[in-house]
Design a protein around this ligand. Structure first.
Ligand SMILES: *[C@@H]1O[C@H](CO)[C@@H](O)[C@H](O)[C@H]1NC(C)=O
Ligand SMILES: *[C@@H]1O[C@H](CO)[C@@H](O)[C@H](O)[C@H]1NC(C)=O
Ligand SMILES: *[C@@H]1O[C@H](CO)[C@@H](O)[C@H](O)[C@H]1NC(C)=O
Ligand SMILES: *[C@@H]1O[C@H](CO)[C@@H](O)[C@H](O)[C@H]1NC(C)=O
Length: 195
């Protein structure tokens, strides 16, 4: 009698543990790095980024390939907003997902010479809060092939709970038009899916 009770006891505590785990639903977190190298590109065409690419949707940003000026950080492709403004959002389905922006590489691409560039970034959170940051990409003068590189930045913990990111570029000195594009590569973020 005693012996059989002792064998049942662990079984009971096991099923209690299983119940507890099933009841406490934990949101899923997935870290992703969008590199754009796996996307098709045709010179001279509109090269859209397909919906839900690594969980995000792109507006204005396209796939673009290395043209022997500023190399992408990884591979030979990056994403480019040719007019300098665009946005990246989390799709509405599955519902209530948000993302936390971790880091990316960036460059303003206007040609040589180009003035210092100010990149305005807005993050819109699920609760409507807007968070902002301005990045600078340096003035570029004539330089040998291979002299230019993208710049990289990390984002603080405040860049979480995001639904979308908006970007625009302007001359850093007077706010005028850069007449160029904004390139991003190796965009790293974590998507949270609620249960
Ligand atoms: C993306 O940008 C466009 C143009 O600036 C704007 O109309 C649109 O509302 C933005 N979408 C999101 C989800 O921020
Ligand atoms: C999404 O969030 C809204 C507002 O917080 C909530 O009412 C709704 O139930 C959520 N939907 C799901 C599927 O979690
Ligand atoms: C939205 O959430 C942030 C934290 O992510 C909080 O600081 C802010 O007060 C919230 N805003 C509103 C309108 O609830
Ligand atoms: C930023 O980009 C410029 C232009 O390519 C380059 O000269 C500079 O070294 C980069 N800075 C960093 C910190 O990557």
């Amino acid at each position: 009698m005693l012996a059989s009770f002792a064998t049942i006891l662990p079984l009971i505590s096991l099923s209690i543990a299983a119940l507890t785990v099933a009841d406490t639903c934990k949101p899923t977190k997935e870290t992703k790095i969008a590199k754009y190298d796996d996307l098709p590109f045709t010179e001279g065409n509109f090269n859209p980024i397909p919906p839900h690419y690594y969980g995000l949707s792109y507006f204005t940003f396209q796939v673009d390939q290395y043209d022997f000026w500023i190399p992408p950080t990884s591979g030979n492709q990056w994403t480019m907003a040719f007019g300098g403004s665009g946005n990246i959002s989390i799709p509405d389905s599955p519902p209530n997902q948000t993302f936390e922006l971790d880091s990316f590489s960036f460059a303003c691409v206007s040609g040589v010479p180009q003035p210092e560039c100010a990149i305005g970034i807005w993050g819109r959170k699920a609760n409507g809060t807007i968070i902002e940051r301005t990045l600078k990409f340096p003035e570029l003068g004539p330089a040998p092939v291979g002299a230019y590189i993208m710049n990289k930045t990390r984002f603080s913990w405040e860049w979480k709970g995001l639904r979308s990111l908006g970007f625009s570029i302007a001359r850093a000195d007077n706010g005028g038009d850069m007449f160029g594009g904004l390139a991003l590569d190796d965009v790293r973020y974590t998507i949270t899916t609620p249960c």
